[in-house]
Design a protein around this ligand. Structure first.
Ligand SMILES: *Cc1c(COP(=O)(O)O)cnc(C)c1O
Length: 588
C-alpha cells in the first residue's frame, strides 16, 4: 500500500512582513501569487513537449517535495543507514516528467547528507526505474541548458558530472567512437544546448521499460538503441492494463451483473476468470442477453447525448466509436475519410449498413492541426446531418468534452472500437482495452497493445488492417509518395477532392484545402497508404455485423479473453520484476 500525496505550492508567511517593511502591497501580493502559480495548472499537452519555464519549476517543485517526504520517512526507521535505501525504497519515473529527481536525489546525498559521489550514485542508480510512454520524438523532454543555468544551477553541475563519468564509460567500451559519444551525451550540442531528460532517466535508473511488447522492442531497436547495446539487462516490458473496477463494474453495471450471474464475482479481482465465459459464447440465450445489455448501454448513451449535446442518435444503428486525445498519429482524419467515403457511396445510390460514427477527444491548446481535425469532423457531421440521403443510414457526431466520466458512458455503448494509429506510433493504448472488455470489436492496426490483444482474442475476433511497423519503415525508406495512392484509387481521390473542393465549408471554400494538400504532399502518418486496406476492412466489419449471432459470439469472446489486460497484472509485474516488493496479506 502506498500514500498518494497531492502537493500544492503556498507562499511563505513573510508576506505581511515584507508589506510592512517596504510598504509595497502590490509587489507583495504579486510575489505571493507567483509562488502559488507553480501548482495551479496541469499542462494539458499529450505527446508533445512545450518547454515552458513554469513547467520545469513545477516538475522540480513536485519532485523535491516527494523526495523530501520519502527521505523523511526513511530516516525515521533507518537513520544513518543510507546503504539500505534501495532495499526500502523504489522510485518509478512515470515518463521523464520527474527525471529531475535523479539530480535532486544526488544533490541531497552530496550536499545535505555529505556522502561521497560514488556512494550517492550507487544508491540513486539502485533506487530509480524509468517507464517510457512514447516513441514520438517531439514528445521527448529536452530543457535548454540556459534555463537550467538560471533555475537549477547546482543540478546542472551535477548533471554535467553524471555525464562526464557516463561518457568515460561509453568511450572505454567503444574507444574512438565519437559519433556514439555525441549521440548518447546527456547534453545535446548545437545552437541551443539542451539537457536530454530521457537519457538522464536511463543513466540514473536500474530498469527501463516500455508499456507494450511491441513498444518495448522498438525502444531497444530505435529510440534507445545505443543504450540497449550498453546495458541490455536494464530493458524490460510491462504491458499496460486497465482497472476492471472502474472500466467494467462501475462503467457497465448491466454487463457486470450478467457476467456474475454466469461465472460468479471472482473476475472483479482476478480478471483471468473471464475465461469461464468462453463456454457461453455460442449459447443463443446468453448471446441475446449479452446483446440486450449492449442495447441498454446504447440507450443510456443516446439519452445522455440528447440531454448534453442535444443530438439524436438511433440506437438501432451500428455505433462506430473513436474517442482519445486528438493527434495526427492517432489518425482521426483517416476515420473522417471513411465517413466521407460512406457519404459518397450513399450519394451514388449504393446501400450501406446503418452506422453512427462518433469521434471525440480534446486537442492540446497550441496544437493547431488537431483543432482543424476537430473542425473538419464537425463540418462533415453537419453536412451528413443536413442531407436527407443519409437519414437512417449514416450519422456522424463529434462527442464534446471527452473525459473519464464521459468515457464510462461511451465505451460500454460501442459496437466498434477504432484503434487506427500508424503502426509504430502508439506506445500501448489503453482505450483499446476498455472497449474490448466491454464487448466492442476492434478495428485496428498492428500497433501498441493491439498486437497483444490480437494474440489473446484470436485473429478471427479482431479486424486488423494496414501496414506493419516493418512495412512502414520500408515504405518511408524507399520514398513514400502519397500522390501515387491518390492517383491509383478512385475512392481515395474522390474523398480528397471533395475536401479540397470546399464542399464541407460552403461559407469558406478554402477552409480545409490545407488538409487535402497535406495528405498529398506531406502525409507523415501514411493515411493514403493505409486508406484502401482500412476501407475494405470497414466493409468486412459491416458484413459481419449483419450476422447477429456470429457478431455476438465474437463480442463475448473478446470479453472472455481480455483477462491479461487488467492493471492488477501490470502492477504485480512492476512489484515483482522491478521493485522487488513482496505481497503480504493484511488482516481486516
Ligand atoms: C483511457 C482514456 C484515454 C486513453 O485512450 P487511448 O485510446 O489509449 O489514447 C484518454 N482519455 C480518457 C478520458 C480515457 O479514459
Amino acid at each position: 500500500m502506498n500514500n498518494l500525496r497531492l502537493w500544492s505550492a503556498k507562499s511563505t508567511d513573510d508576506f505581511g512582513l515584507s508589506y510592512f517593511n517596504n510598504g509595497d502591497y502590490i509587489a507583495a501580493v504579486q510575489d505571493m501569487e507567483l509562488s502559488e502559480t507553480i501548482s495551479k495548472v496541469l499542462y494539458p499537452n499529450d505527446a508533445s513537449m512545450n518547454g515552458k519555464e513554469l513547467r520545469l519549476k513545477q516538475q522540480y517543485f513536485l519532485c523535491s517535495a516527494s523526495l523530501q517526504d520519502i527521505i523523511r520517512r526513511f530516516k525515521k526507521l533507518h537513520e544513518g543507514e543510507w546503504k539500505v535505501f534501495p532495499e526500502k525504497v523504489a522510485i518509478q519515473l512515470n515518463d521523464t516528467h520527474p527525471a529531475i529527481s535523479i539530480a535532486e536525489m544526488m544533490r541531497i546525498l552530496l550536499d545535505e547528507e555529505n556522502l561521497e559521489w560514488d556512494e550517492a550514485w550507487e544508491i540513486v542508480t539502485h533506487t530509480f526505474a524509468y517507464t517510457n510512454h512514447t516513441l514520438m520524438p517531439e514528445a521527448l523532454e529536452k530543457w535548454p541548458v540556459s534555463l537550467f543555468e538560471k533555475l537549477l544551477p547546482r543540478h546542472l553541475q551535477i548533471i554535467y558530472e553524471i555525464n562526464a563519468r557516463f561518457l568515460r564509460q561509453v568511450s572505454l567500451k567503444w574507444p574512438g567512437d565519437n559519433a556514439r559519444l555525441a549521440r548518447m551525451s546527456l547534453i545535446e550540442e548545437g545552437g541551443c544546448k539542451m539537457v536530454r531528460m530521457a537519457y538522464l532517466s536511463i543513466v540514473g535508473s536500474f530498469a527501463v521499460n516500455g508499456v507494450a511488447a511491441l513498444h518495448s522492442d522498438l525502444l531497444k531497436t530505435t529510440l534507445f538503441k545505443d543504450f540497449y547495446e550498453l546495458w541490455p539487462e536494464k530493458f524490460n516490458n510491462k504491458t499496460n492494463g486497465v482497472t476492471p473496477r472502474r472500466w467494467v463494474r462501475k462503467a457497465n453495471p448491466a454487463m457486470s451483473e450478467l457476467i456474475t450471474s454466469k461465472i460468479g464475482e471472482g473476475w472483479v479481482k482476478n480478471l483471468d476468470e473471464l475465461k469461464k465465459l468462453e463456454k457461453f459464447a455460442k449459447d443463443a440465450k446468453f448471446q441475446k442477453e449479452f446483446m440486450a445489455v449492449k442495447k441498454q448501454n446504447k440507450e443510456r448513451l443516446a439519452k445522455y447525448l440528447k440531454a448534453t449535446q442535444g443530438v439524436d442518435v438511433d440506437v438501432n444503428t451500428f455505433f462506430d466509436v473513436q474517442v482519445k486525445r486528438i493527434h495526427e498519429y492517432k489518425r482521426q482524419l483517416l476515420n473522417i475519410l471513411h465517413a466521407i467515403h460512406l457519404y459518397i457511396q450513399l450519394k451514388d445510390g449504393k446501400e450501406i449498413m446503418p452506422r453512427t460514427i462518433m469521434i471525440g477527444g480534446k486537442a492540446a491548446p497550441g496544437y493547431w492541426m488537431a483543432k482543424q481535425i476537430i473542425r473538419l469532423a464537425n463540418a462533415v457531421a453537419a453536412i451528413i446531418d443536413a442531407d436527407p440521403v443519409c437519414k437512417g443510414k449514416l450519422k456522424m457526431v463529434f462527442l464534446e468534452n471527452y473525459r473519464v466520466s464521459f468515457a464510462e458512458k461511451i465505451i460500454p455503448a460501442a459496437d466498434l472500437s477504432e484503434q487506427i494509429s500508424t503502426a509504430g506510433t502508439e506506445a500501448s493504448g489503453t482505450g483499446n482495452m476498455k472497449f474490448a472488455l466491454n464487448g466492442a470489436l476492434t478495428i485496428g492496426t498492428l500497433d501498441g497493445a493491439n498486437v497483444e490483444m490480437k494474440e489473446e482474442v484470436g485473429d478471427d475476433n479482431i479486424f486488423i488492417f494496414g501496414l506493419t511497423v516493418e512495412e512502414v519503415t520500408d515504405l518511408l525508406a524507399k520514398g513514400y509518395r502519397p500522390r501515387d495512392f491518390y492517383e491509383h484509387d478512385d475512392d481515395l481521390r474522390r474523398v480528397i477532392d471533395l475536401i479540397a473542393s470546399g464542399f464541407f465549408s460552403p461559407d469558406r471554400p478554402d477552409l480545409f484545402k490545407h488538409i487535402a494538400e497535406k495528405l498529398l504532399s506531406n502525409d507523415t502518418y501514411l493515411l493514403c497508404a493505409d486508406f484502401r486496406s482500412y476501407i475494405d476492412m470497414q466493409k468486412k466489419v459491416a458484413e459481419e455485423y449483419l450476422d447477429k449471432k456470429t457478431w455476438a459470439e465474437k463480442a463475448i469472446l473478446n470479453v472472455a479473453r481480455m483477462g491479461k489486460f487488467s492493471s492488477d497484472r501490470t502492477i504485480k509485474q512492476y512489484a515483482e520484476e522491478i521493485w522487488n516488493a513482496k505481497g503480504c496479506s493484511i488482516k481486516l
